[in-house]
Ligand binder design. Structure first.
Ligand code: SF4
Length: 260
């Protein structure tokens, strides 16, 4: 690795390894995070495993979210309204959970992933708005892979349980009150991961969770193929396919992150 590159990476790592300030969107923090994730992704590609990348993301995400001081969340173990709606996740998040599941072949969760994944693949994003489908990883209303859950699940927080029930179970049009810091954090991590994937020429659309999980769980070779550049999860639905980094704000940050 070139000396200048190593020096930059050290600065970037020191900026993000103890977590980001969630209370304001910082362009410098975002740029550092995108570059560090590019480096973690390079390690994952070399090892043929998404684990180094995902360990870093979730570890620093938890440090960042622990710094959120605003708003008392209504979220608690046993409340799972938000686990019934369309959730999507990036491919490495899917593989990270899928390989844990595939070690428990024949369990209640793996057969639930197979059947729910198949059904979810046949339902569009718009249809899902009026059709709650419980996540196959819910056990007794709690997430059975909590420590490995994707970013979208980590940031699905609320100040009002009743609002969640109305919106997610009864399909009412109602706004969920969310402290802004959670939105900042979700956006920074999600877009930094997307940037690192796009820069590596890997598929960077988030896939519908249930169906992508089924595909990845049923063929554990897909993780390595995906890391080699094959778009192996393209059979899973995507909410709204868009060309990545076309919005001027994000294009500017993407170009600055990887310039030079
Ligand atoms: S992965 Fe866990 S938190 Fe996310 S929707 Fe499924 S049960 Fe809920």
């Amino acid at each position: 690795m070139r000396h200048a590159y190593r020096k930059f990476l050290a600065v970037d790592l020191s900026r993000v390894s103890q977590g980001l300030d969630p209370h304001a969107f910082s362009e410098d923090s975002f740029l550092s995070l995108a570059r560090v994730l590019r480096d973690k992704l390079r390690i994952s590609v070399d090892r043929g495993s998404v684990t180094p990348l995902m360990h870093f993301i979730y570890e620093t995400f938890e440090k960042s979210s622990a710094r959120i001081s605003s708003g008392k969340l209504a979220c608690r173990k046993g409340c799972s309204h938000c686990c019934n709606i369309w959730t999507d996740a990036y491919a490495p998040e899917v593989f990270f959970v899928a390989k844990k599941l595939s070690r428990n072949d024949g369990s209640r969760e793996t057969s639930a992933v197979s059947s729910t994944g198949e059904f979810s693949a046949s339902v569009s994003f718009v249809q899902r708005e009026a059709l709650p489908i419980p996540c196959p990883l819910l056990v007794d209303n709690a997430c059975s892979i909590y420590a490995a859950r994707p970013l979208n699940c980590r940031t699905a927080v609320s100040l009002d349980e009743e609002a969640c029930k109305k919106a997610f179970i009864e399909s009412q049009e109602i706004e969920i009150p969310i402290p802004p810091a959670w939105g900042n954090l979700g956006q920074m991590y999600s877009m930094a991961l997307k940037a690192a994937l796009h820069h590596a020429n890997l598929a960077c659309e988030p896939y519908e969770w249930n169906s992508a999980l089924k595909l990845a769980m049923e063929d554990t070779e897909l993780e390595k193929l995906w890391l080699r550049g094959q778009n192996v999860l393209c059979g899973a639905p995507v909410a709204r396919p868009v060309e990545p980094f076309t919005h001027p704000f994000w294009r500017n940050l993407y170009d600055r992150a990887f310039a030079g």
